[in-house]
Design a protein around this ligand. Structure first.
Ligand code: UTP
Length: 289
């Protein structure tokens, strides 16, 4: 019987270059989609998958993330005094249970593989999830819950994938499969940002993973790869020589909030999904067009 997935690593220590200068003083993942920070959606997704402990890998100048997940007596007191209880409930909804969240500093943004490795002592010897928070996933059941359900079938390692938009394979990690039958398939390889026309499938790695702790031994000694960064993809490719990996083509849509247009698209799409905003948002978009 495989061990249950109880912990998730959320690496947020990147520089967010593509959404500067907005991400200069507000960490990228605290930028709003409609009225909530990107991270709020991802935390909700983690909890829906049964995750009990969230480990954020943060960088310098990102103290606002810890503050966001802390009580704010001034704001909460003012809302209470004014009887604005619906807003108060929204403000409190993301707050952790005592001990539910840990924060680890990545002292230099050496790459996603390095960021994940920073969580090794907190994860210990059990399988864990990795969630890239700038990828927002609109899905029912939520994307990580779908990954956990797949993991309960196959064990090993799971990578959540999705058909890549035409002509964009060179921007992402792409998986190679051992045949394709249904949504859950054994993998034979993966490649980070393949040159156009060389991609081994049309499925990109969309930002949710379930990994076994042996990945840490590999990341520990791994050389720098693409972009002179320690790449998680390279580490997973090495682990695949020893352990099974399955790609799960999840049911849902990914919104990459890591660049300007993606963040705009997520804002529009999530506004249209909100019953109290949808009509007004649609009208506004039509007027603008
Ligand atoms: P990205 O490369 O998409 O994010 O990394 P970035 O570095 O913040 O953005 P750009 O490319 O400069 O615009 C994917 C995820 O991995 C985290 C990022 O914060 C992001 O959530 N990451 C990346 C780290 O935590 N540490 C790193 O060293 C690199």
């Amino acid at each position: 019987m495989e061990k249950r997935v109880r912990k998730a690593v959320l690496p947020v220590a990147g520089l967010g270059t593509r959404v500067l200068p907005g991400a200069k003083t507000t960490p990228k993942n605290l930028l709003n989609v409609v009225d909530r920070p990107i991270l709020s959606y991802v935390v909700e997704e983690a909890r829906a998958a049964g995750i009990e402990h969230l480990i954020f890998i943060v960088g310098r100048g990102q103290g606002a993330i810890e503050d966001y997940f802390d009580a704010n007596p001034e704001i909460e007191g003012a809302l209470e005094a004014k009887g604005k209880l619906d807003i108060l409930a929204e403000v409190r909804r993301d707050l952790p249970e005592p001990g539910e969240m840990s924060f680890v500093r990545q002292m230099a943004p050496l790459g996603l593989g390095h960021a994940v490795w920073c969580a090794r002592y907190i994860i210990g010897d059990e399988p864990f999830a990795v969630m890239l928070p700038d990828m927002l996933m609109a899905a029912e059941p939520p994307a990580l819950a779908q990954a956990v359900a797949a993991y309960e079938q196959t064990g090993g390692n799971i990578i959540v994938v999705e058909p890549v938009p035409e002509g964009e394979a060179h921007k992402y990690g792409i998986v190679a499969l051992d045949g394709r039958d249904g949504r859950l398939n054994r993998m034979t390889g993966m490649v980070e940002k393949p040159p156009a026309g060389t991609e081994p499938s049309n499925l990109f790695i969309s930002g949710r993973y379930i990994l076994q702790p042996e990945i840490f031994e590999i990341l520990e000694t791994q050389e720098r790869g693409a972009g002179d960064e320690i790449q998680l993809t390279d580490g997973m490719a090495a682990l695949m020589k020893r352990q099974d990996f399955h790609a799960l083509e999840y049911e849902g849509t990914t919104y990459d909030c890591g660049d300007k247009l993606g963040l705009l698209r997520a804002n529009v799409a999530f506004a249209l999904r909100r019953p109290e905003l949808a009509d007004a948002a649609r009208k506004m978009i039509q007027e603008l067009l």
